[in-house]
Design a protein around this ligand. Structure first.
Ligand code: PMV
Length: 332
């Protein structure tokens, strides 16, 4: 009853921000992301052991905090209910990037945990079922089950059975795409995404965001399906700007961007201007770190530009990667 899975992080180009059901982690809108390469990867081994009195979690070679363990136990309870078992588990998880890097990702973490825990519990789920399971841990984790470009469907059903991710374009179609990441902060975010999304009920702009989602999703989906990066550059930046405007419209306001983030936005716009066409797109999650999508041809120029921006601690040049994998090598 031991299994190990690998899953990579993903960075959305059309963002998920807001839930239609908090308990089931059902999103208010579809979202689209690219799965990152193995530089942003989590490896997780799970073993259900009848001699254990409680779940034990080790993260990056250290015992987890009680908060971290609590979140994993709630997730394992879902797996135990599905497998009709009560056995406690040992979970050992390690990221390919340092935890302090400000890149800690619940997406790769819960996708790898969903794979390893379900397999160790004797459940042999389909990728769609794994995507639904990962969603319980963290919404964005549902997208990390697949590689390449992925769309997470919001679905309509109350029980969430139609809210899962699908691959819209395989990684082989995107070998020329890069995400150049500028690390601006290594500390944990001040407002968690759960808390940030709860505050959306105070925002009137959020309702307007939901009305404009479909048109951005349609443009992005179609450009990505046709392998056309240039057409998706502007919608990517607009969606990030729109999400951060909505965050600021909440009460109390949520503001993840810093002066350095705004400086990077400015520089990316200037870069596009100087090339006379859209060649790079910035996008920001719930934090100040910039993700700049661009193609092979401009990746070095973008990286140099980000490296020499005041406030950038370091850069990481990622490519597009694969979905979940099961491996024979265990972490204990
Ligand atoms: O998966 P969560 O609950 O950490 O939410 C992630 C939300 C964003 O990263 C801001 C956007 C997204 O679609 O990944």
């Amino acid at each position: 009853m031991k299994a190990t899975a690998l899953a990579n992080s993903n960075i959305a180009v059309i963002k998920y921000w807001g839930k239609r059901d908090e308990r089931l982690n059902l999103p208010a809108n579809n979202s689209i992301s690219f799965t990152m390469d193995d530089q942003l990867q989590t490896m997780t081994t799970v073993e259900f052991d009848s001699s254990m009195k409680e779940d034990v979690l080790e993260l990056n070679h250290h015992p987890a905090t009680s908060k971290e363990t609590g979140r994993v136990t709630s997730f394992l309870d879902v797996v135990r209910r599905m497998a009709k078992i009560r056995t406690k588990a040992r979970v050992v998880s390690k990221n390919s990037f340092p935890k302090s890097a400000g890149l800690a990702s619940s997406a790769s973490g819960f996708a790898a945990l969903a794979g390893a825990a379900s397999w160790a519990a004797g459940l042999h789920l389909s990728l769609r079922e794994l995507s639904i399971l990962a969603r319980y841990g963290s919404g964005s984790a549902s997208r990390s089950i697949f590689g390449g470009a992925v769309e997470w469907l919001a679905g309509k059903k109350k029980n969430g059975s139609d809210s899962y991710s699908v691959q819209i374009s395989p990684p082989e179609e995107w070998v020329h795409l890069h995400n150049v990441i500028a690390l601006v902060s290594e500390s944990e975010k001040k407002v968690s995404s759960v808390e940030g999304m709860r505050r959306l009920k105070t925002s009137s702009l959020f309702k307007a965001r939901l009305r404009t989602m479909d048109s951005r999703l349609k443009t992005a989906r179609s450009a990505i399906k046709h392998g056309n990066f240039e057409d998706v550059v502007i919608p990517i930046m607009q969606d990030s700007d729109n999400m951060h405007a909505v965050m600021l419209d909440c009460w109390p306001p949520v503001c993840y961007l810093t002066d350095t983030s705004f400086e990077i936005m400015e520089k990316v716009l200037e870069l596009n201007e100087s090339h006379g066409k859209p060649v790079a797109a910035y996008t920001f999650d719930a934090g100040p770190n910039a993700h700049v999508y661009t193609t092979e041809k401009y990746a070095h120029e973008v990286e140099r530009m980000l490296k020499y921006t005041d406030g950038v601690l370091r850069t990481l040049n990622c490519k597009i990667g694969k979905g979940i994998r099961f491996v024979n090598e265990d972490l204990f």
